[in-house]
Design a protein around this ligand. Sequence first.
Ligand code: F6P
Length: 327
Amino acid sequence: MNNPIKTIGVFTSGGDAPGMNAAIRAVVRTALYNKIEVVGICRGYEGMIDGEFIRLESHSVSNIIQRGGTFIKTARSERFHTAQGRKQAYENIKKENIDAIIAIGGDGTFRGALAFNQEYNTPIVGIPGTIDNDLFGTDFTIGYDTAINTVVEAVDKIRDTAGSHDMLFFIEVMGRDAGFIALRSGIAVGAEDILVPETTTRVEDLVNKLRFDRRNNKTSGIIIVSEGDDLGGAYKVAEQVKMKCPEFQTRVTVLGHVQRGGNPSCMDRVLSSTMGYEAVLALLDGKSGVMVGIINKQIALTSFEKATKHHQEINKEMLEMARILSL
Ligand code: F6P
């Protein structure tokens, strides 16, 4: 079969996630194996608009599978929201002879890709790269596993202090719109409660639970709070609890961007490698406007429209389980 794709452009966009480098490596090596050249588009859509391109050879991606971040850089682009920005980007990729694109990022990235795909005929396939794990069409996104392991490592350390001083810690984790990081890491650290954006947080309920714990001789505690929780983050929750229970010694830790860095876990490296490989195969198979995902261990392609419009649902039963297990 005559393959019309001679050059693939690859970029990372939005918040970085551990495993993005491994995905770029897989894209480059799979493309070269199929006699396709690869151009790295630096700083995501910003670099597409400004024409920042680098040729990627096999050796360009040596020794990066284990590194966090993204060596071709990433950015959030306001300009790509405009038709003018997308036009400029299209003209640049044409000039660079890029016939197809692989976009690695989260929902913002795929909303941009969807708009581009509707306006221009360059095939584009996405790879879900975000620590938030909030994309519909895949069980796991690149970076999520590493991020939750980072949270677990940090919270285990905080537990030592909480226990030694009889303190109640409110630990804020990332996730503006989704509680996946909070839920899974919260279960793994045995948190006394997990507050996520998907459910309404009632201070009264939280206080009752904490008082119950005290009566049961728990002298310290860990509350995991998603940054997007409806009460407004760990500081706000801690303040409200402290007002109702001045006897508790409270502390707040915001884990912040430490969650986005670090060497990708084994799971993230394998996920990134598989998705990078499959994204190239999808382009060779004539696919466009879709995100590569893995659902129940099977490769699945989901349209950008679906991947961005429907959020992956949080498992509320697991929240309930976490509460029971912490009693
Ligand atoms: O989407 C990934 C993410 O880390 C979110 O969890 C977080 O809300 C956001 O990015 C933070 O973005 P920034 O680094 O631009 O402040």
